[in-house]
Design a protein around this ligand. Sequence first.
Ligand SMILES: Cc1cc2nc3c(=O)[nH]c(=O)nc-3n(C[C@H](O)[C@H](O)[C@H](O)COP(=O)(O)OP(=O)(O)OC[C@H]3O[C@@H](n4cnc5c(N)ncnc54)[C@H](O)[C@@H]3O)c2cc1C
Length: 120
Amino acid sequence: MVDDGLWIGSSVTLSDLMDKMRSLIKSQPAHEVSACTALLNQLKYFAGNQIRNTASVGGNIVTGSPISDSCPLYMACGATFVLEEEGKPQRSVLAEDFFLGYRSALLHCTGLLVCAFSKS
Ligand SMILES: Cc1cc2nc3c(=O)[nH]c(=O)nc-3n(C[C@H](O)[C@H](O)[C@H](O)COP(=O)(O)OP(=O)(O)OC[C@H]3O[C@@H](n4cnc5c(N)ncnc54)[C@H](O)[C@@H]3O)c2cc1C
């Protein structure tokens, strides 16, 4: 947790993310973690434990699948993705601006680093 939201490393598995969301929902005021509640509820329907134990947050986002369970949530929650590309300064983009089309995303070279949820 940071002052204005939550930072999630791109290599975090979906299972670890769900564990973290569960503990945040228990410990934080409901209005501050409503995005966590929505994401946790959605991820329950994401494949099964075997897939969730290996699939990473970044891998799922960069895949840009049109049937992704999580990407619409990141957009709806106003999440920000932090991008790092060779030879360019690190930059942040809203999730809704990251997806350009079918399996196409705003990432040309290396690394989606983290995504962040704002408390608001
Ligand atoms: C049996 C099965 C069931 C599934 N069910 C669902 C489902 O119910 N809902 C759903 O939404 N999806 C589902 N999927 C899709 C699956 O969840 C995604 O393929 C998975 O999330 C990809 O994550 P990964 O960490 O394995 O990514 P990888 O396969 O390792 O990576 C995917 C792509 O992203 C790139 N990449 C990975 N991390 C980064 C990073 N940090 N920065 C830049 N690029 C990166 C990789 O180079 C690669 O091109 C299912 C898949 C399987 C096999």
